[in-house]
Ligand binder design. Sequence first.
Ligand SMILES: [Zn+2]
Length: 600
Amino acid sequence: MSFVFVNGVLSGATDDPNRLIKDLIEDRREGKIPKEVNVRFRKDTDSVMINSDSGRLLRALIVVKNGKPLVTKEDVQLLSEGHVTWQDLIDKGKIEYLDADEEELAYTALTEEELTPSHTHLEITPLSVFGTQASLLPFINHSNAHRNVTAVKSVQQGVGVYSTNYLIRHDNESMIAIDQQFPIVKTEMYENENFKSHLSGQNIVVAVLSYLGYNMDDAIIINKSSVERGLLRAMFFRPYKVEDLKYVGGQSDLITIPDKDVAGYRSEDSYKYLDEDAIAAINSHVNDGDVLIGRISPPRFVSSIDKFRLGVQKQVESSIECRTGESGIVENVFVTSTSEGNKYVSLKIRQDRPVEIGDIFGPRSGQKGVVGMLLNQEDMPFTYSGIVPDLIFSPYSIPSRMSMSYLLELIGGKVGALGGRHVDGTSFTGETEESLRQELMKYGFRENGVETMYNGITGEEMKVRIFVGDMTYIRLKHFVEYKIQWRARGPIQLLNRQPTEGKSKRGGLRLGEMEKDCFVAYGTALALKERFDSDKVTIPVCSKCGMVAVYNVKKKTGYCPIDGEDAQIKLIEVSASFKILLDELKSVGIYPKMVLGSKV
Ligand SMILES: [Zn+2]
């Protein structure tokens, strides 16, 4: 006897599980029970699992009986003419939805030719073994599955146009690619999903060779003249949002140009872009540290040590400034009020982002790389016919990754560019390698895509022929200008006097345990000491009881709260975090005694 579980709950038992399953499937195909109900027999626990709950991923398959698909050529014809709908095919039980559980019972053929009498289902198209995103990638049935996952991930990070009303939107950190092109090598999915209007990337000429050592590993060389002509140029937008908050006691923030007597007043120069409304004028070119929206706040506790030292009686300067390391042009400003009645200002900065060293480019085959060098066009290699590549890709990236789709797309793009047509790179059903080779030969090129190239610097002919073609490259959203971070001096934390953390707070770069080991290994002891001295404090210590004493800087004398004036007070250097440790030990009733000794 087998148990029957409905949505994971034990609901009954049956003597003939196979018949129960068969009847349920029959009933579903006849429309007697909802089409979302799925069923499966589990051998290991001898139970029938019936699922009808939400949240299961279902996929559509064509039902096969006696090796023949129930969806016939006539059905497809009627469907394309509009006489029959998708729903009709489901209602007739010709197409059904399976969840991951019921797929265990199914024996699915990829194509109609593969069908045998033992098959139960047929894929609607072989492409449907991939998801929507993966089916946008050309020729990926030739590539390693792991590489295809990487490819999907890098295509997701591509910069395109996420919304056509981006100019009036104030999304956080949005990026727009200025010029997109429809890929020469497309897939069926570009048509089906209307990706013609959601493009990212451009068709560029790519040569696969090692050149000058600037494209080692995953680095790529970009033609600087292509960049100057606008190759994959992008724009970056960042809104700065401010709300006039109201506090307990009737006080509130005020958007205004701060007076000189406000605590924390910056230089007059910092406010130069502000109009009378205390908001930076549209089209002003602002830089790192310039005030964008002037604001003052009532006195309150602030965490930065500098502001704390200023005292807490006066109104505090709390203007919004352009972020560290960023600059741009004020694009537009929205002034409105929130539902609580507070004034709300949002100001958007636009920044031009031409390609620079360190930016990341990726094709649709998971071979993304960092720009290692921008070379002038005259220094780039060129082919016999004078074609200069936009991008040079390292040949060493191919054998280990086994991304054959990269090579096929390169040849496909070359054929498409020469023939003035789009090449169908749909997986399983697209154009074959053989037909692309034949067509390339027709245009007077070598069928394997290689060409004689010349060194742009010396003019010498290269000893080997170079694989060169045309393919779609996408610029990824990781701009080096946004990520670069540095610091010499800067703000510190109030509690432990160590540098603040994070790029937005002008933070320091952490020198951890392993980095310390490197400094030690290289013998740079003084550099290491300088880094670890960043939170150095001088504290008075009583040499008798070993506790932190009190020191009067003006009189240059110290006294111990325990041992009085007579005790000998020594000034010693410790890290601020050690001082916190002493205080914490005392707070839990432990007596931390420092025993002082002479350094010499
Ligand atoms: Zn003492």
